[in-house]
Design a protein around this ligand. Sequence first.
Ligand SMILES: [Cu+2]
Length: 431
Amino acid sequence: MSNSIDLIGRDLGTPFDPADPIEQQDWEEWTIPPSSGEMGADLLAQTPNSRAVRLLDPSLVAGGLPLVPGGEGEFDVLLPTPDRVEPDRFFDTRGLHHDLDVPLNVPGLGLVNIWSFRTTLPDDTQVAPWPARTIRCREGEVVHSRMANRNGPHTIHHHGIEPTPMNDGVGHLTMDINDGALYDYQWRAGEAGTYFYHCHVNTVLHFEMGMYGMLIIDPDVPGAPFVDGGPGAVMVGNNPVGYDAEAIWAADDIDVRWHSTVNHPNYSPESGIVSGGFVSITDPENPRLHDFNPTVFVVSGVPAPVAPGGDGTLLTGAGATTTFGQKLLVRALNASYCTTRWRFPGTLQGTVVGIDGRTLGRSPFGSYSAPYSLSSVNHQFQLTTAQRWDILIDTGTAASLGQHVVEVDYHHWYTDARLFTVRLPIQVNPA
Ligand SMILES: [Cu+2]
């Protein structure tokens, strides 16, 4: 683990001062966030009064990437990371538009256009799964997530992590990473738990189009970080506890009009791009991003068939298999805009050990919470957008053998009408 963590915590300059005319100008200009390329160009030229020049004084950028045009491969400008330190772990991620290796094939409907992130693996091969590849690290590590784009701009917001402002990946607060630019987000893995990351440019659209992946911080124990699917270890209170298998369930919903799989006259043939831009809600060319009516329901990239007969489908492709006596860790994320209601079978003994990246009953706040059994909440709970629950299941009890089914209801975000139910199998085989 790095011993230079204390160096992280300093970047942006002074708070907004409405009496300062330069700040006022910034405020107005930042209604449209600057791109990383603009920030880099301003730094190169030392443009007077540029926000980048004032916030990213090169003297503050200790050990940063060289700020040079054409500095690395195909990318034009490398924007330095303030207070950069040597990372313990590095991920190389590129935002993508309609360029997935395997587009989503929905039974009964056909191909749905998805946006995601492409990841360059340590051996230089590139993968672009959906959801995007899990960013997985160990508690306490300093992580760099390198971001570069074609068909941008995009950002990476590491949801639930609290980095310094420059590294938060919220376009309007910092900058969008535009085409031809490159930036290393720097953050520290603070507390073991289940998180996720997503693009935060025009979030309503880009998140819906699919730009997210899991972010998992494993406990600081031997073998961590672990491989998706298990085995691994999870914090239960103050102690790491081993599990044998892991089910990562990210519930998502898709309004296909936004993905241009149908020739709706009000939508551009370009995926998610609306001719005429984002204007008034009475404009027939408007995307109507408030008008969200999903018809495709997905768990961790596995779509349920579209009707007829789709409602209540058993999603075997997203199911989990364990052996009697093993422990199964379920990480449930609501990556949809629906409200999701999860019902676990009473035949499985589950314990809720973490919520939203925080371990229940763990010091220093341990006296304010404690792990609790699923039976104490009647085996059901509700997750709104972006919420996560970690549930540790013991399959060594009398009723454990056989197939168990978790049901997830998708309720419309506004009307609360139930739109769809998917069923997720947990198979417990004899030892
Ligand atoms: Cu994006």
